[in-house]
Design a protein around this ligand. Structure first.
Ligand code: ADP
Ligand code: 5GP
Length: 208
């Protein structure tokens, strides 16, 4: 759609432990009009989780019903649990001109990039080194060592997807990463394709 008023869908992805949550939280603090899409998941609640704030927690049956009803913009399975982006929230807000951010893993991000191409600006976060990624995953200590190891190993495959994204940021210094992301979000409003309606209107405008 060539609509300058439509919101942008900012997709931020990258391997587990790279800093997606940290970076997005800081970006949301700085961009008061940006909305975070709250995902649905079948994983159990962890300390610090809050229904409707960190996730909408669903049973397998509820999640599957939503899949069948086409209620997800994308969904993916991770380590036996399912995660999905509710379609209605994203569509309503884009239509009403608000920007929405999705902080999701790579399988889901690639679905969104393909399905909602014209609305999406995609950013992949890479670590400065694999050693640093490992350090962040271990120091965060939200998973058992075994789960952290699985996540770290899958990072070697996931980083191959980086080239399918619009932008890649090496998340070394947090401040630089957040500012780069903010600049990308601002610039994404100025794609030439979005101005086609306006350009046509200018051509129709009779002045003399
Ligand atoms: P993800 O959401 O990608 O799994 P998190 O946001 O949970 O990652 O970040 C993983 C860990 O890395 C956290 O402990 C976080 O504080 C840390 N971290 C994030 N970004 C940076 C950065 N630029 N420099 C150093 N540590 C970081
Ligand atoms: P966690 O269980 O640690 O909260 O999240 C695990 C992974 O799921 C993270 O990489 C996170 O980005 C991803 N994730 C969260 N919500 C969604 C979603 O709606 N869709 C997809 N595809 N991934 C998600």
């Amino acid at each position: 759609m060539n609509n300058t008023n439509r919101g942008r869908l900012l997709v931020v992805s990258g391997p587990s432990g790279i800093g997606k949550g940290t970076v997005c939280k800081e970006l949301l603090r700085r961009c008061s009009d940006l909305l975070l899409s709250i995902s649905c998941t079948t994983r159990p609640m962890r300390p610090g989780d809050e229904e409707g704030v960190t996730y909408f927690f669903k049973t397998e049956e509820e999640f599957e019903r939503m899949v069948q009803a086409g209620e997800f913009l994308e969904y993916a399975g991770m380590y036996g649990k399912r995660y999905g982006t509710p379609r209605a929230f994203v569509e309503k807000n884009l239509l009403e001109g608000r920007d929405v951010i999705l902080e999701i893993e790579t399988q889901g991000a690639l679905q969104v990039i393909q399905r909602a191409k014209e609305d999406v600006t995609s950013v992949f976060l890479l670590p400065p080194s694999m050693r640093e990624l490992h350090k962040r995953l271990v120091e965060r200590s939200t998973e058992t060592p075994e789960k952290a190891r699985l996540r770290f190993e899958s990072a070697y495959r996931e980083i191959e997807y980086a080239e399918q994204y619009d932008f890649v940021i090496i998340n070394d210094q947090l401040e630089e990463t957040v500012e780069a992301l903010r600049a990308i979000l601002i610039a994404s409003h100025y794609g030439a394709g979005r101005a086609l309606d306006h350009m046509h209107a200018l051509k129709e405008e009779q002045v003399l």
